[in-house]
Structure formats: structure tokens, C-alpha cells
Design a protein. Structure first.
Length: 144
């Protein structure tokens, strides 16, 4: 049964793509010891489909500092497929739903998945603890 007070309904959440580029064991060992120096980036993109369905892709990217000689590169893309229920939402309201509300409400789920993937990939000490304020990022990108 659909909640009438909701603007959307999540249809599916899944791991869309994983990439671990670890050139050799030296790079893995160096990365495992220095993972705290890597920058974590988050890239959000969306793609509309039929029947008011939208796929939100949340890509977590781990980048080594420029000075690091033995680098690894990793990306984990999680997808959230949802359906717009409230067809009266304005374009700006849909944009804010995609870039603020959905990522905020699902961030704990995403952090847990990313942490588990890294730990199961050999980075036993990895824990994604960074918090992201999606509202603040949205306001920076789209000032009133």
C-alpha cells in the first residue's frame, strides 16, 4: 500500500558497479596503511525512465593524493530506483528530492554497503564515517 503523504516510492536499491584497480601487492599494502590520506568523493547522477521511474546513481570514489606513488583507484556505484507518486511536484521539487532528500534518507544504507565492500575486499580497517550534508551541497550548487 502506498503512503499518500509521500512524494515518491523506492522500487529498488542495489550495487550497480564496483571497480577496484589495484595494480600490484605493493599498491594494496601501501593503500591499506594510508587509506586515511585518500580523498572520498561522491558523485550523484540521475536518469529518468518510463512510468515516472528515476534511477539515482550514487558513486563513491576513493582517490589517492597526488604525492602517492603506489596508488589504487576504487569506485562503488549504488543505484536507487524510485517512482514519483506526487505528479504535482515542480521541476525544482523533483531536483531537490533527487539531490537532497533521497541521498540523505539513504546515506546510512550507502555507508554500510561501501564499508562492507571495502572490508570484504581486504581493507579490514576501513570504515566510512564521513558525513555529508546534502542540503548544504545543494544550496552551494543552486543558490537562491
Amino acid at each position: 500500500m502506498t503512503d499518500l503523504n509521500k512524494d515518491y516510492e523506492i522500487v529498488a536499491k542495489y550495487i550497480k558497479d564496483i571497480s577496484f584497480e589495484i595494480p600490484n601487492p605493493d599498491c594494496f599494502i601501501d593503500a591499506a596503511q594510508n587509506l586515511g590520506t585518500y580523498a572520498t568523493k561522491l558523485d550523484l547522477s540521475s536518469k529518468p525512465f518510463k512510468n515516472n521511474l528515476i534511477e539515482l546513481n550514487c558513486k563513491f570514489i576513493l582517490e589517492a593524493p597526488e604525492s602517492t606513488k603506489k596508488k589504487i583507484h576504487t569506485e562503488v556505484c549504488l543505484a536507487i530506483v524510485f517512482k514519483i507518486i506526487n505528479t504535482k511536484l515542480t521541476t525544482d521539487e523533483v531536483k531537490k528530492l533527487i539531490l537532497v532528500k533521497l541521498p540523505t534518507e539513504n546515506f546510512s544504507f550507502m555507508k554500510e554497503i561501501v564499508t562492507t565492500i571495502f572490508q570484504k575486499s581486504g581493507f579490514k580497517e576501513f570504515s566510512f564515517t564521513k558525513e555529508v550534508n546534502f542540503e548544504e551541497l545543494y544550496n552551494q550548487q543552486f543558490p537562491n
